[in-house]
Design a protein around this ligand. Structure first.
Ligand code: KG4
Ligand code: ZN
Length: 338
């Protein structure tokens, strides 16, 4: 039995969790700063790091208390080393070092994106199956990742410009519907109709993506409609944007599935919470009944520390320990990523 205490503070969630054997969540505490950042229309890094400092001790104390285990039972302390906001990351790194020092535990530095990938351990009752294709979609990343084995990551496709989560957030800002845009557009699009037409973005690489042109097309379409004196139907804009963006994401993912035939397909990251994406991918994968599809539980798609515990467990098995001079790395890349 392996018990990991995990910390996550890369953006605007202060989180701590205790995870057993990489798959059983004994506790998961997430203190979100969304209400604070909403008023600015996005995350303000200085404000985020200050709130992490204020909250982290309470979050850790609460996670240990709720887990029902004591620090004696913990085998290692895992933490997000990067990527993310430098000031926010520092807080989690320092808290992890303090706990490791005080309780004589090994430290495990974790790449946040591997956390999103291993969050799938909370959706299935067995280990991930390889070779595996992961659609990694968050506020900062849009990648197709190929894994031949555990902890072996190869990026086979990526965005040429904006990340998909960033595009959702920007479109919501243009519509004046608030931050973070993903869940808002997700909800609005359900009420939308196929009324507006947006151009399909063009990308050369067969597994690559592009979203900045789509965002510009939405902005220009709104300006055109306003100039013509037409009322903007926000739900229909949300629908048009989402269908176009998801067609690109799912289309390229299914192309990779067809070409490479993995044993398992998974999604990872905040955008994996999208209700339409989950249905579209499940529909598309019906053509491949021998390939297992896993999508993380919605609660563990967006940032949390349980996923760092799941990834931390795999890193622990691989003895990937850090030293006390380990530092936050805002531009950290996954092992194998170039
Ligand atoms: O993984 P995450 O919590 O943080 C990063 O690592 O970036 O992802 C945050 C992103 C935001 O851009 C947010 O708008 C998006 O995930 N998101 C969604 C949904 N929920 C969160 N996008 C589309 N539909 C959703 N339901
Ligand atoms: Zn994330």
């Amino acid at each position: 039995m392996t018990m990991i205490l995990a910390l996550e503070s890369s953006c605007d969630e202060t989180a701590c969790a205790v995870v057993k054997d990489g798959c059983e969540i004994l506790s998961s505490v997430v203190s979100s700063q969304i209400n604070v950042h909403t008023q600015y229309g996005g995350v303000v890094p200085e404000v985020a790091s200050r709130i992490h400092v204020e909250n982290i001790s309470t979050v850790v104390t609460e996670a240990v208390k709720r887990s029902g285990v004591s620090m004696d039972d913990i085998d290692a302390v895992a933490f997000t080393q990067g990527p993310g906001l430098i000031g926010s990351l520092h807080v989690g790194v320092q808290a992890a070092k303090t706990l490791a020092w005080e309780y004589h535990k090994p430290l495990i530095p974790i790449d946040h994106m591997t956390g999103h990938i291993y969050a799938n351990r909370f959706a299935i009752d067995h280990d991930l199956r390889f070779p595996l294709l992961a659609l990694v979609i968050s506020g900062g990343h849009t990648q197709l990742v190929w894994m031949d084995n555990d902890w072996d990551f190869k990026v086979i496709g990526t965005t040429m410009d904006d990340a998909i989560g960033e595009a959702y957030d920007k479109v919501s800002r243009v519509l004046g519907t608030g931050y973070p845009g993903g869940p808002i557009i997700d909800k609005m699009a359900k009420l939308g109709k196929p009324h507006y037409k947006l151009p399909t973005p063009r990308v050369e690489g067969k597994y690559d993506f592009s979203f900045s042109g789509l965002k510009t097309a939405v902005t220009q379409m709104i300006a055109r409609e306003e100039k013509a004196g037409n009322e903007i139907v926000k739900e229909d804009v949300a629908y048009a944007f989402q269908e176009t963006a998801l067609n690109m994401l799912i289309g390229r993912t299914l192309k990779a599935v067809e070409d490479l035939h993995p044993a398992m397909v998974i999604t990872a990251g905040g955008v994996a919470a999208n209700s339409r994406l989950r249905v579209m991918l499940a529909e598309g994968m019906k053509k491949y009944p021998d390939i297992e599809l896993s999508q993380p539980p919605i609660k563990y798609c967006t940032d949390n520390a349980a996923m760092i515990g799941a990834s931390g467990y795999v890193a622990y098995k691989h003895k990937l320990f850090g030293t006390f001079d380990v530092a936050a790395d805002p531009g950290l890349m996954m092992p194998g990523e170039e």
